[in-house]
Structures are given as structure tokens and as C-alpha cells.
Ligand binder design. Structure first.
Ligand code: CA2
Length: 152
């Protein structure tokens, strides 16, 4: 019998992540956002689900997408809030208000960078944070939101 596809995962990329692969390759690598999204979608498909990827440079648009995610039928949200990580109470409140699990993801290790990047105002409202594995951060996280292997 064919396996029923699970509900899709919403992947949100915050401000400036559209520039991936074009500048600051020493920090963010050479892979474009389109390539990252394709890898996420392949990874989700191999696990019987689907990933819908969106990027915005606007805080309010990210808040709107988080608020409507459950209504749109998503099972979980993968969120790289970009620089909003460090100061957006509006985004944190949206994450705290949503009934779905939200996992915070970063390409770089924010804890090994400038002082102002070490604090995430989003983290206390998220189920977890994955930081520092480049585009792989999104894939580790996608596993976590679908089915976690049992560690005994
Ligand atoms: O490491 C991450 O994923 C960050 O969320 C990326 C944000 C940064 O403000 C956070 O502290 C950590 C910046 C995204 C900007 O991405 C660029 C990519 C290429 C060129 C310029 C910016």
C-alpha cells in the first residue's frame, strides 16, 4: 500500500538570505539559496514529506507566514530568522503563539561570532536550535521535525 505523504514543512529564510552564494563566502559559503532549497526539498521528499521554502526581507511578512502556517496545513516550521534572531520580539511572539513546532536554524555558528550574534531572542520560544553546519543545518533540522530516530 502506498505511504500517505505527511503534511508539508514550512522553511522560512529571513532578511538577506537571498544573497547567499553571492557575498561573504567565507562566512556563508558559495551555495545559493535556490540550491539550498533544492537540497531541502530533496531531503524532505526522500522522507515522504514536502518542504515549502519562502524568503523575506520583511519582519511582518515572516510573522504573517508563521501565523498562517497551521491554517495552511504545515506540520512544522524551520526558521532561519537572519539578523532578526538577535532583536525581533515580534518574531519571537509569533513563534511562541503558533501551535506548530518551530526549529531555529543558522548556517553559521552564532555562538562563535560577534558578541551581538550570540544572543537569540527566538531560541526560548523554539523547540530547538541548530547552528553552524552550513546548509546541512537545515537538513539536520528537517529530520528532527518529521521523525526522530530512537536513541536507546
Ligand atoms: O548564520 C545564519 O544563518 C544567520 O542567521 C545569517 C544572518 C545573520 O545576521 C545571523 O546572525 C546568522 C545573515 C544572513 C545574511 O546572509 C548573507 C549571505 C550572503 C551575503 C550577505 C549576507
Amino acid at each position: 500500500m502506498a505511504r500517505r505523504a505527511s503534511r508539508p514543512i514550512l522553511v522560512l529564510h529571513g532578511p538577506n538570505l537571498n544573497l547567499l552564494g553571492t557575498r561573504e563566502p567565507s562566512v556563508y559559503g558559495r551555495v545559493s539559496l535556490a540550491e539550498v532549497n533544492r537540497a531541502i526539498q530533496r531531503h524532505a521528499a526522500a522522507r515522504g514529506t514536502r518542504a515549502v521554502c519562502r524568503q523575506s526581507n520583511h519582519e511582518g511578512e515572516l510573522v504573517d507566514w508563521i501565523q498562517s502556517a497551521a491554517r495552511e496545513g504545515f506540520q512544522a516550521i524551520v526558521l532561519n530568522p537572519g539578523a532578526l534572531t538577535h532583536y525581533s520580539v515580534a518574531l519571537r511572539d509569533a513563534v511562541a503563539s503558533v501551535s506548530l513546532p518551530v526549529v531555529e536554524v543558522h548556517l553559521s555558528n552564532i555562538h562563535a561570532r560577534e558578541e551581538f550574534r550570540r544572543r537569540s531572542v527566538i531560541a526560548p520560544a523554539a523547540v530547538g536550535q541548530i547552528s553552524g553546519f552550513g546548509p546541512m543545518s537545515y537538513l539536520l533540522q528537517a529530520i528532527g521535525t518529521t521523525r526522530l530516530p530512537q536513541v536507546t
